[in-house]
Design a protein around this ligand. Structure first.
Ligand code: ATP
Ligand code: MG
Length: 194
């Protein structure tokens, strides 16, 4: 019933119980409701004057705005182990440490702003904060970092990453390469000049 594209987290039975909309029975319906919820989050972002995605509370609030109509655990960190991400009890401390690094890179210009944003996106999905929606949340958070904090145009993510496709495969492969510490593929995917 719930098939998922390459690199996406499967939905467990337990997660299904957290669905707020009981009539959802197919992946398509779920996608549609999630997208509707995400559209509301865009409105929320527009209205919000300050949004600092380098703060843990704001990252959680963003996730809640994106998925709160659909999922009971929206905005709450994972409490289960997944095949990706840090051990769940380490999420908060790992995130705090990582966001500190990003702040440091930004104030010391360790990398260019787009490079920092790319590393920020990868770091968030690698930690894998939430039970689901990590990719979409970390892409939107990255867009906000680019626009609000860096005053740059957000990345064009190469097309629709929510379905299995050649672009999605390239995106996932770039993240896997970043997992090993090599960011050149991700920079290339995001059209970052270096
Ligand atoms: N090897 C990897 N290293 C780091 N991040 C990864 C890796 N594989 C997948 N990801 C990230 O995890 C995301 C999938 O996680 P999750 O299902 O929680 O997010 P989502 O928003 O529901 O997914 P989707 O991107 O499929 O909409 C992918 O979009 C990608 O950003
Ligand atoms: Mg998913």
């Amino acid at each position: 019933m719930f098939d998922h594209p390459e690199g996406a987290t499967p939905i467990s039975e337990e997660d299904r119980e957290a669905l707020k909309i009981m009539t959802i029975s197919t992946r398509e319906e779920l996608n549609r409701w999630e997208q509707e919820n995400i559209n509301k989050a865009y409105d929320w972002i527009q209205k919000k004057r300050t949004l600092n995605v380098l703060e843990e509370v704001q990252l959680r609030e963003l996730h809640r705005q994106m998925f709160g109509m659909v999922w009971g655990w929206a905005g709450q960190f994972r409490t289960s182990t997944m095949n990706i991400g840090v051990e769940w009890p380490q999420i908060s401390v790992t995130l705090r440490h990582f966001l500190g690094n990003v702040e440091y890179w930004a104030s010391n210009q360790t990398y260019t702003k787009p490079e920092i944003a790319a590393r920020y996106h990868h770091g968030l999905v690698q930690i894998h904060l939430f039970p689901n929606g990590n990719g979409r949340h970390a892409r939107l958070a990255c867009d906000i970092l680019m626009e609000k904090q860096f005053e740059l145009e957000p990345f064009d993510w190469g097309g629709n990453l929510n379905v299995t496709s050649d672009v999605r495969n390239r995106y996932i492969s770039a993240l896997q390469s970043a997992d090993k510490g090599s960011y050149s593929e991700l920079y290339k995917y995001l059209n970052i000049q270096s």
